[in-house]
Structure formats: structure tokens, C-alpha cells
Design a protein around this ligand. Structure first.
Ligand code: BGC
Length: 744
């Protein structure tokens, strides 16, 4: 078995493929020449990534500055030849301090090391430059999903790269292309939602924006598709627990976004930290090499996730020793190990190569990929931060885009008797645990990993409460906390305050969290917050509920009795202002839900459900369905036209529809096209999103929207687990209109 694997790898090593640009051929040549000069130790060092904590004297906290340990840094780069560093220890740095850190690193790497190979620093710039003080921090991915806006996804990628590069960092561990189909999972908000097509398209747009057309430019950074693959679908909903998925499920749902990301040109991929069908992904040759390399033709570098090679031994027990874990992962296809605290990977891999348990060809392949990315990023020409770029962080223009994004990503799901927007001469009670926290609006990966250090948040950004006070005047706003996230503080006081106002703005949801610390046992919203809501509803005053949360926490009992509900998810640094703008009519909401909002904790049915899920007593009756979202104006759909009613298997199909703003306000509408394959040899989903466009319409304005359905959009994974297209009847649905066509 082992020799078969080795043979497969050998045949695939760095063969110059036809159709490459002059630039990539030149890079290939440079890489080859450099690799030829490298010792085993230098090569294995390139494959080693350590966290900055490993080379630090003191941890940064809100009251203490981080200090680098320069002797340890020299040891990392000169003794262990490390190719990459990552992360912060443990709080965001100012751009100036980042420059200092990166300069010290590159001084050692590019001046003192034998071959002068620059270090590639990587960071989780998840919703903007997470770890740079003052950076533009966008709504999280779940919100970007709700925007259904390709341009916005692209622009947020571009701005994130500009600000990450301006911090001196060229590599971003993003986008997350996992599908959000397990609502309990604490990383749901890092996804673009439950849909395959939406995730594929927004992910690709993000990559195009983030990488641009030349990765060596100041406005670009390398992206990283993660977490390949199956990570987001843990059976029990807890982070880093097993996923079970058939080959068909994997290929039908979870693989296409990664395929799209590879096509969009992403240069790096990070591996699923958990396991699929009993095989820890870091040891899965089939997924990492056969599918990712041989089928998807991914040419870039594969990095492990945090400590996950070690964990093949310490946690998963598929390797009987730390050394075997290293061998397994490298031979499965991992090119770089996020070790991240020591040099064990380096030491063990050097031994393995010397013993010939890992062939040099495999090492050369991995190192070549790493060096290729460094060349693409222009690091060999200039690995240093550029001082003048600091001015590009959080420009007025970036902040404006961020506010627009927040406006477009907040979803109005209920608005009884058009109670919203509220007029500004009203007196309101603002209450609930998410009303006055910037951390709740931003979620994890904000200034710290967990994002919950409120004291670190910028003083000039507004919480929902502050933004409402600024809009209405402090005298017209009463604030009572009500509850923390899980405890009564002063519910009684909130109830009596409600007596003297015109409306209650109830801000509930979740505190900031990230990864495993965000695990929950119950999707129901915490009892204390439901109590607060219930008591306020009982007062008879209209309650407007604002949900600030990373996943759709169940709120059935209060959803029905709230007069209006805004699903804000995690709208980012401008989220407070955007929420107030929407509540009081200074912005017209245009978000649509990128996930199904469940009515009960076990009500996990997606919009693209199978016939069995809507049969007999089964039904799709969520609290709010995927794609649902209201506006302050009304839109009418008309003239749905298909260019043809019969097409052949390799033909495109053009679909047009007219949308008119029939209300009194200008507004944006996400026009969603769904496709239904009526009969198939594998049970077909109720419908599948296959096109979307966001348009802006003035009152009485009509626009025609055109979609092109490509032949592959009619395909699915057949009984033999291969992608197939079957002749038959299809239905297109756009808005309330339907039309049919036949595939010959
Ligand atoms: C997360 C990754 C992240 C990495 C580096 C891991 O714990 O799963 O998403 O990129 O840490 O910070």
C-alpha cells in the first residue's frame, strides 16, 4: 500500500504542465534552482510553521505589551529554518508594531540565513484584518451570505487584503468554504450559509478580490480555502468532532465550494481539523491527494490546522507514535505543519527523510509548492512591510463600504403591520445583553481569537444602544440591561421602564465566541433572555427583537409575539449604526437568510430538502426559510422568460425576469433563481439555488435581470458517485413565478 502511494506521488511531482503563463514558468524555474541548493534541514524547515508565542518573551494582553524573544526567533529561523510563522500572542497589534515584528523576522530570514528565503507570515484575517488594531472589520461571513451580493464579497476580500498587507502580512487563512448545514456548530457564522451555490459563488468572488490579478501587489494577499473538507458537518454539532458523509454527500454538497475556490485561483488550502467517516483528514490520502490534487488539480500548498499532525497520535490514535503521525500526514499530502509550539515536526521529518521513510521527492514537492507561493507573493523581491501602506488601513472609503455591507447583511424577517421603520420622535427602551456590546456585534476573530475582550474594542465605534441614542437623543432612550447572556440582572426594572416608552428594542443573542469554546448543548436561546422577552411582551408594548448571534438560536415562543424581528447575525464594527439605521428608516434592509432558521432545536431541515423530508407528516416549516427577507418597499416579479423550452445537454439556458419596485422607497432586492429537477435516479432536492443578482430599484423602476444556466448546473452525483446529467423536466422558480423546460 505504502509503495503504491509513493509511486502515485512520484508521477505527479511538479511536471511542467502546458498552458502556463510566462510568469509561472519563470517562478517554476527559480523554485527548481533554489530547491536544488537546499539541504534536507532547510527543506523540512520550510515545511514547518510555528506560532509567534514560540518566539515571544511576553504575551500581549489588554494591559501588557507583547515582546518578541529575538534569540528564540533567530533559533527558529537559523537553526530550524522555519518557513512560516503565524498568529498573535494574544491580542491584536498596531500596524506599526506589526511592521517591527515582520521586519525583525525578515532581517534574520533574508539577511542572515544561508539561502535568504523570506518567511511567510500567516494570519486569520477572517472579517477584515482581525489582528490589526483599528482595521476595517466587516460583517462576518454568515452576514455576507445574507447580502447575496457578489460585488460586496469581492470588495471585502480586496479591502481585507489591502489592510492585511499594509500590516506586513501576505497570507490570510480565509475564506471558509465549509457549508453551514449544522446550525449547532459554533463556527456556523464563519460560513456563507447552508447553500452550495451561494458559498461557491461568494467564496470565488472573495478570492478574486483578495488575490487580484497579481499577488505581488500591495492590494493582494494569498487566500486559504478551509477547512478541507467535511469539517462543518459534525454529527453532534460540536466543533472538531466526527462527520459522517457518504461519497455522494461529500461530492454533492461539500466538495463544489472547494472546487470553485481552486478554480478561482486560491493558492493555499487548510485541512479539516477533525475526521470524516473515521479517517482524520490530516491522514487522508484519498481526500488530500487523490481528490484535491488529482481531480481538482490544486497546485498550491496544503497547510495543516493547529497542532493537528501531532493529534493523529495524541488524540485520534491512528498513528502509534508522533513520528508515525508526521509520516502519515506528509504522505497523505500535507505540505506544511502548523506545529505550532515546537520543532518536533522538523526533527521527526528530518529523521524520516534520512531513514528514507519519506522520499525526498515528496519533500521537494512540498517545498516547491511553498516556495512557489512565496515567489508569487513577491516576497523574494521585497519581504518587508511598507510604511506608506499604513495609511490604507481603515480609510474613510473602507469604512463606508463596511457600513454599506452591514446595511445589506441585516435581515428583516418579520414586520407586523409595517411597524418598522420606527419614527424618530418615539421614545424607546433599549434592553438585552447584546444592546451595548461591540464584541457581540463582531463575534470571534476580532482583536483576539474569542473576540470577547470588550475593553480592547475601539472607543469610536458604536454599539446598537449608542447608535440609537445618537439618532434619537439620549433623552428619548431608556437603557436597562435586563439580563446578561444567561442570567437575570434586572428584568423587573426593564419591565417597568417599558411602561413609559412607545416601543421596546430588545437586543438578544449570543456573546462572542470562536471554535470549541462556542460549543452548546441546546440550540434554544438561553432561558434568561427568553424570560426577559416574555415579560416585555406581556407589557403590551410593541417589542422589536434584534437577534445578534452567530447561529440561529431557537426563539419560537417570542418570535411569534414580537412585532418585528431583525436577524442581525454578526454585522461587524459598523453593525450598531447599521441596525439603528434600519430600525429608524435611514436604511432599507435587503438581507435574505442564507440559512434556514429553525423553529425547534431538532428542526434541522434545509431549504433544498429531499422528497422524504416533505412527505406524510414531514414538512419544511422553519421559523423562517432560507432566502426569506423583507424590505420597506415592495417588489413585483414579472415576465419570467426562458430563451428555450427544450435544450440539449451541452447548451446554456438564458433566463430573464423583470423586477419592479412597487413601493414608495428605493430599495435593493436579491433576485434568487431556483432550479428543480423533477425526476432523477437519485432523489432530487426540492429546489436548488442556481443564480442570484442583487439589484437596486428606485420607486416605480423596473429592471430586467438575466441569468445563464450552464449545463453543469443541471448535473448531480449519480448512483455510481459520478457527476451525471439526466434528461427530463426542470422547473425554474424566481420570486413567485415559475417556468418549465425540458432537457433532451
Ligand atoms: C482554526 C483555523 C485557524 C487556525 C490558525 C485553528 O484553530 O481551526 O481556522 O486558521 O487555528 O489560527
Amino acid at each position: 500500500m505504502k509503495s503504491v502511494i509513493i509511486l502515485l506521488i512520484l508521477t505527479g511531482v511538479m511536471m511542467a504542465s502546458p498552458g502556463k503563463s510566462e510568469k509561472s514558468l519563470a517562478i517554476e524555474k527559480k523554485v527548481k534552482e533554489l530547491v536544488a541548493k537546499m539541504t534536507i534541514e532547510e527543506k523540512v524547515g520550510q515545511m514547518t510553521q510555528v506560532t509567534i508565542q514560540t518566539v515571544s518573551k511576553t504575551q500581549g494582553t489588554k494591559s501588557q505589551s507583547h515582546v518578541l524573544d529575538e534569540a528564540k526567533l533567530e533559533e527558529a529561523i537559523l537553526k530550524y529554518h522555519v518557513g512560516s510563522l503565524l498568529n498573535v500572542y494574544d491580542v491584536a497589534h498596531t500596524p506599526e508594531y506589526w511592521h517591527e515584528v515582520i521586519t525583525k523576522i525578515q532581517d534574520i530570514a533574508t539577511k542572515k540565513s544561508r539561502l535568504k528565503i523570506p518567511v511567510m507570515y500567516g494570519i486569520d484575517a477572517i472579517h477584515g484584518a482581525t489582528y490589526t488594531v483599528g482595521a476595517t472589520l466587516f460583517p462576518q461571513a454568515i452576514n455576507m451570505g445574507a447580502s447575496f451580493n457578489k460585488e460586496l464579497a469581492k470588495r471585502s476580500g480586496e479591502i481585507t487584503s489591502i489592510e492585511t498587507r499594509a500590516s506586513g502580512i501576505p497570507w490570510n487563512f480565509y475564506p471558509v468554504l465549509d457549508l453551514g448545514r449544522q446550525p449547532v456548530w459554533p463556527r456556523l457564522w464563519e460560513t456563507f450559509g447552508e447553500d452550495v451555490y451561494l458559498t461557491s459563488v461568494l467564496g470565488s468572488e472573495y478570492i478574486k478580490g483578495a488575490q487580484g490579478d497579481d499577488l505581488s501587489k500591495d492590494n493582494s494577499a494569498a487566500t486559504c480555502l478551509k477547512h478541507y473538507i467535511g469539517y462543518s458537518f459534525p454529527f453532534n454539532g460540536k466543533d472538531r468532532t466526527p462527520a459522517f458523509m457518504s461519497e455522494r454527500t461529500l461530492r454533492e454538497y461539500f466538495l463544489p465550494p472547494f472546487e470553485a475556490g481552486v478554480k478561482a485561483g486560491a493558492l493555499t488550502v487548510m485541512v479539516n481539523s477533525a475526521e470524516v467517516d473515521g479517517i482524520p483528514t490530516h491522514s487522508d490520502y484519498r481526500l488530500l491527494t487523490e481528490i484535491l490534487r488529482n481531480e481538482l488539480k490544486f497546485k498550491g500548498l496544503v497547510v495543516s490546522d493547529w497542532e493537528d499532525i501531532k493529534r493523529l497520535y495524541t488524540r485520534d490514535r491512528v498513528a502509534e507514535s508522533p513520528k508515525e503521525a508526521v509520516r502519515m500526514a506528509v504522505m497523505a499530502g500535507v505540505d506544511m505543519s502548523m506545529v505550532p509550539y515546537d520543532y518536533s515536526f522538523y526533527e521527526l521529518l528530518v529523521e524520516l527523510v534520512k531513514e528514507k521513510s519519506v522520499p525526498m521527492k515528496r519533500i521537494d514537492e512540498a517545498v516547491s509548492r511553498i516556495l512557489m507561493v512565496k515567489y508569487e507573493l513577491g516576497l523574494f523581491e521585497n519581504a518587508y512591510p511598507k510604511k506608506e501602506l499604513i495609511a490604507k488601513i481603515a480609510t474613510e472609503e473602507h469604512t463606508k463600504v463596511n457600513l454599506e455591507a452591514a446595511h445589506e447583511t441585516i435581515t428583516l424577517v418579520k414586520n407586523d403591520k409595517n411597524i418598522l421603520p420606527l419614527s424618530k420622535d418615539k421614545k424607546v427602551l433599549v434592553t438585552g445583553p447584546t444592546a451595548n456590546l461591540l464584541s457581540a456585534l463582531n463575534g470571534g476573530w476580532t482583536l483576539t481569537w474569542q473576540g470577547d475582550e470588550e475593553a480592547l474594542y475601539p472607543k469610536n465605534k458604536k454599539t446598537i444602544l449608542k447608535a440609537i441614542e445618537d439618532k434619537l437623543g439620549k433623552d428619548n432612550v431608556v437603557y436597562v440591561e435586563g439580563t446578561t447572556f444567561n442570567k437575570d440582572v434586572n428584568i423587573k426594572e426593564a419591565v417597568s421602564a417599558a411602561e413609559n416608552v412607545d416601543a421596546v428594542i430588545l437586543c438578544i443573542g449570543e456573546k462572542a465566541y470562536c471554535e470549541t469554546p462556542g460549543n452548546i448543548d441546546d440550540l434554544n436561546l438561553d432561558h434568561a433572555q427568553i424570560e426577559l422577552a416574555t415579560h416585555l411582551i406581556k407589557t403590551g408594548k410593541p417589542v422589536i427583537t434584534v437577534l445578534v448571534e452567530g447561529r440561529p438560536r431557537v426563539i419560537k415562543s417570542i418570535a411569534e409575539k414580537s412585532k418585528a424581528v431583525l436577524v442581525a447575525f454578526l454585522p461587524g464594527m459598523e453593525g450598531g449604526v447599521a441596525t439603528a439605521d434600519i430600525l429608524f428608516g435611514d436604511a432599507n434592509p435587503s438581507g435574505k437568510l442564507p440559512v434556514t432558521y429553525p423553529k425547534g432545536p431538532n428542526d434541522i431541515v434545509h431549504y433544498d430538502y429531499k422528497p422524504l423530508e416533505f412527505f406524510d407528516a414531514n414538512a419544511y416549516t422553519p421559523q423562517w426559510s432560507f432566502g426569506h427577507g423583507l424590505s420597506y418597499t415592495t417588489f413585483e416579479y414579472s415576465d419570467l422568460k426562458l430563451a428555450k423550452n427544450v435544450i440539449s445537454k451541452n447548451e446554456d439556458l438564458t433566463v430573464t425576469v423583470k423586477v419592479t419596485n412597487t413601493g414608495k422607497r428605493e430599495g435593493k432586492e436579491a433576485v434568487l433563481l431556483f432550479l428543480t429537477d423533477l425526476y432523477g435516479s437519485v432523489s432530487r432536492p426540492n429546489k436548488q439555488l442556481q443564480g442570484f443578482e442583487k439589484i437596486n430599484l428606485k420607486p416605480a423602476e423596473t429592471k430586467e435581470v438575466s441569468f445563464t444556466i450552464k449545463p453543469e448546473q443541471l448535473s448531480f452525483i449519480g448512483r455510481d458517485n459520478k457527476r451525471i446529467t439526466e434528461a427530463g423536466d426542470f422547473v425554474i422558480t424566481v420570486g413567485n413565478l415559475k417556468s418549465e423546460f425540458k432537457l433532451k
